[in-house]
Ligand binder design. Sequence first.
Ligand code: IPM
Ligand code: MN
Length: 372
Amino acid sequence: MASNRNLLMLPGDGIGPEVMNEVRKIIAWMGKKRAVGFDITEDLVGGAALDKHDTPITDDTMKIALEADAVLFGSVGGPKWDTADFTKKPERGLLRLRKEMDLFANLRPAKVFDALVDASSLKPEIVKGLDIMIIRELTSGVYFGEPRGRHVNAKGEVEAFDTQRYTAPEIQRVCAVAFELARKRRNKVTSSEKANVMHTGVLWREEATKLHKEKYSDVKLDHMYADALAMQLLRAPNQFDVIVTDNLFGDILSDEASMLTGSLGLLPSASLGAPDATGRRKALYEPIHGSAPDIAGKGLANPIAQTLSYAMMLRYSFDLGKEADLVETAVENVLKAGYRTGDLLVGKTDGTKKVGTQEMGDAIVKELDRLV
Ligand code: IPM
Ligand code: MN
């Protein structure tokens, strides 16, 4: 369906293409039933691009991404490319997209569906009703800091090094996103670093505090060392509303938080740039899970994280909150009705129905039909 919404789809590797196929069904449904269409371009990224073009993302694909209204991304990587040159690793495709699109704010919600409280590895009373939002800085820190590399040092030893760097404006802009979001939620931000051992941590804490005082003193702000936060996430996760942290801590803490919800296969994410003069912001949406090579191609993968990433795209890039609600409600109802992909079959499983990727996708579309 022709539209003024340009979408670049990058399914990538492993389970990426399979779960993206299920989203295609929902996109078709939205076109037919809600007149929400997209001009879709599809392209290769990660190992798939490496195999064909000898690079994990081509300049042409980068150009399309920079011009698109939104990018819907699957996952990249797999054992096939483990020996690829470091600069050509599938993951570099994703990192280049994040960096060149300047997607500095990565929103990673961790929400526990009532139907899945028993799938969490934590006790139901600890995770019930959980709804936290981790905001991970995505374009700086140790992922990109220079110098990085390896050499033989003065003692003749092989030495590898990465550099953690943050500028004050980089910290401020991601903290601002956290404060703004907290105002629409439960009004609380926990800023996390290791100011006890890292200079970047000290600066992070100072800048968060300064910004809070200047512009967001109506929001409650706490600081917590990242190691303590990792512990508190397991002890009492409900104390958190919005968590804001750097690139590496955010990577780790968001994987941890995802397990509170029962499975990595459930969680979406949105990576956002700064709004331009017209309010438009570059954006990429991707599940938190990776390419899961062990189950790829078997029809076992859970398409929910990819589906919810599409819902986040409707909400954040196209202001289609009602349609996003519809998708989220359909997912919730399908879980309530007992549909479970393998990753969700832990804990109490009575009353559940084991399904594969396509059946889960079909169930979501069927539920959408029922809802409207
Ligand atoms: C993530 C992933 C990526 C990261 C990889 C695939 C580069 O783990 O999005 O969390 O480390 O950021
Ligand atoms: Mn990760």
